[in-house]
Design a binder for this molecule. Structure first.
Ligand code: SF4
Ligand code: SF4
Length: 371
């Protein structure tokens, strides 16, 4: 038996609804756990598919191999009482690093309505149900984290993660201001060890370079012709919008309930101008940066990058730099939504950009695992 405490801070005080028109999470192909397979084998043998890979697993089939789950009908689940553990978990994510944290997927529109079920109570039930998987993952992840910190110390790039978080928390406005974001991105690549308290903003913001930084990241996630791999944005009318980039051109499409894609518009990525968030948008962005700053999966994704880069960057530079780049990705996506749909750059637009973005943020490779 493994003893662990769970950090519920991200879901405490939140309410989560699930409006009948949505169904967006049923586009994320759910894994079928070994103990769940018998039900599907006996009752719906054609509904399970084997997903190849280094560790193959079973998942529910998708309409036309790329749309929503085969059990989704009129945006509701036909087998609700038998849906998989992963279906039940959405929009919560149980992240296991050297500790356990419940994170809330803000791409779920139901998480923004201020109505519905108590997120804390719902998450506690999910954590109880996932105890066996959490315990197993924790044993493995603790070893990985131990090794990671040992590597950081040996390379001389170690910082105290809780201090980094505190520094960001005390300087949130730097991460919502283009003049500081630009400087953070530059300094994280130049300075041996970054210090936010001595950082000065750019005197002249180079909008083109900022635009390019956001565009490169967003284009990276959209560069695929596979609807399963590109970002999905469920809009206020509950349309499933998808954006695919090929040769610098972005195609906006809407997927219907049968898994068919309908073309809406094209745009050259370089025609999309970076929008500057207004004051209302900055407030929403600041709240989101605080959430990211508290997420262990975000920290885990920074660690994964450090590992990938051979421990060349100090942890402070990697953390602040990654947060700044994340904000640029988000701002560029808000700009893209405005370009295609005219959402503007205010409070509502920032909320829509987060709804579009958060699922991809949570999907970033990280040291540790969602169970
Ligand atoms: S994304 Fe959220 S609101 Fe939409 S179906 Fe899933 S849980 Fe419900
Ligand atoms: S089983 Fe039901 S809840 Fe799960 S993905 Fe399929 S339709 Fe959605």
């Amino acid at each position: 038996m493994v003893d662990y405490e769970v950090d519920y801070s991200e879901v405490t005080g939140k309410l989560v609804d699930c409006p009948p028109e949505c169904g967006m999470c049923c586009l994320c192909q759910p894994e079928v756990l070994p103990e769940e397979r018998a039900f599907f084998r006996e009752n719906h043998p054609e509904s399970m598919v084997k997903i190849p890979g280094p560790v193959p697993y079973f998942a529910l089939a998708l309409k036309k191999g790329r749309g929503s789950c085969v059990f989704l009908e009129n945006r509701r689940c036909k087998i609700y009482d038998h849906r998989t553990a992963y279906c039940k978990q959405y929009p919560y994510h149980l992240y296991v690093s050297d500790k356990v944290k419940v994170e809330l997927n803000l791409s779920c529109r139901g998480a923004w309505m201020g109505t519905g079920k108590d997120a804390l109570l719902e998450s506690k039930v999910l954590v109880d149900d996932a105890d066996r998987r959490i315990s197993a993952a924790l044993v493995e992840a603790k070893d990985v984290y131990k090794q990671f910190f040992a590597n950081c110390r040996e390379a001389g790039v170690m910082s105290d993660p809780s201090m980094l978080r505190m520094n960001v928390s005390e300087n949130i406005s730097m991460f919502t201001d283009l003049a500081y974001l630009s400087r953070i991105m530059d300094m994280s690549a130049i300075e041996p060890v970054m210090n936010l308290s001595t950082l000065q903003p750019e005197t002249r913001v180079d909008m083109e370079s900022l635009e390019e930084a956001g565009r490169d990241l967003a284009m990276d996630s959209m560069s695929s012709d596979d609807p399963l791999s590109v970002p999905v944005y469920c809009d206020p009318e509950w349309n499933w919008n998808m954006f695919m980039a090929v040769d610098g051109k972005i195609e906006w499409m809407v997927m219907d309930d049968d898994g068919e894609l309908h073309h809406k518009a094209f745009a050259d990525a370089t025609d999309i101008r970076l929008r500057v968030p207004d004051q209302g948008a900055v407030r929403v962005l600041a709240d989101y940066v605080q959430i990211l700053n508290g997420r262990d999966s975000f920290m885990g994704s920074v660690f994964a990058l450090m590992d990938q880069n051979g421990y060349e960057d100090d942890m402070a530079n990697a953390y602040y730099g990654c947060l700044a780049v994340t904000v640029m990705d988000l701002l560029w996506r808000m700009s893209m939504l405005d370009h295609f749909m005219g959402i503007g750059c205010g409070e509502d637009a920032m909320r829509e950009a987060i709804i579009f973005y958060d699922m991809d943020r949570l999907d970033a490779p990280a040291i540790g695992a969602f169970v």
